[in-house]
Design a protein around this ligand. Sequence first.
Ligand code: SF4
Length: 399
Amino acid sequence: MELYKDILELYIHIPFCVKKCDYCDFLSGCYDEDIRRSYTDALCREIKWRGIRLGSKKITSIYIGGGTPSWLEVDYMARIMDTVHQYFHVDPLAEVTIECNPGTVSAENFNVYRSVGINRISIGLQSANADELKLLGRIHTFDRFLHTFEFARVAGFSDISVDIMTGLPGQTPAKLLQTIHQVCRLQPEHISAYSLIIEKGTPFYDRYKFDAVKQHAGMATEVLPDENQEYELYKTAQMQLVAHGYEQYEISNYAKKGHVCQHNIGYWKRVPYLGLGLGAASLMDEVRFSNERNIHDYIAHADDLVMENFNQESPMMEESEKLSRQAAMEEFMFLGLRMNAGVSRTEFRQAFGLEIDGVYGQTIQRLRDEGLLEAAEGRIFLNERGMDLSNYAMALFLQ
Ligand code: SF4
């Protein structure tokens, strides 16, 4: 895509957790120190191999996710960031985020993070209520979260995001409000409010799978919120966070002025990104590819990387798919419409050499007639009703 040919976002995956949470199907697990060290070696090798090939691109954001990146020894994290800076051209203004979980990070760690160029912290709180944290299988208490938040502030971080969850089993609007009030009291710059998804292969799936089916079918549920209750929780979060001075800029994301997550915006705008580490996904030159998902294979394949061989395909890569122009246009629309700002007509033209109305004119008109979509100042976006019905609206762009 011509639009962003000189820039790149980096995602770095750290697949380590203290213990697996009951709802989590992310690629993460509990590994000993030997594996953490070998993984860091392998990751640094992969960063070097990729950097030698892509070092001319300007890195506009870095997101270190997991897993629990803050559970990795801090000197290993420093090594990883030093390697990135050595082999990539990181924009001095780049947003660099690390995910931290309460109870896994000391005050000193935050000082090290700052010293290696990390400038944004994302803390996984999920809930301020002890019973909900226990239900989720989280290792922390709300007090632990407060300490973590305080450590980050004292270390000088002025860009902190907090994750909370909606749609928990038995969650009422009143309980969600308790979490929101407790979080907003701290004035983080950014809040993500994700709704729980019951994923196969998790303890939650075993516990709630029948309820999840009922939830999807619009039937009455037993413990999970039904469709209407889910909507009520979503609207509660939206109204309260807006009332606390946060602007909703995407379905699940809210920020104080000037603090939207640049990395996520890039993802929704289809800025090319390179994923480094176990199972990490990438999108470059309209090719979507992802790394090996087995940690032992990932570590073993690092030895096969030949720095000087510029024809070599990454031996760590597991899957790759060239997107058709049609698929890329669909992605542009349904990712872009997640954002309140929607999509830009100019950017669509720059990306695909076509007018957006020439491709999606009928769909756009239909959604405008249904009162879900609006157009202004060269942009097309879902209005509040459209956002409430976003699954329906976005599906119309898939041809
Ligand atoms: S801490 Fe995060 S990545 Fe780790 S198990 Fe829990 S939800 Fe999953």
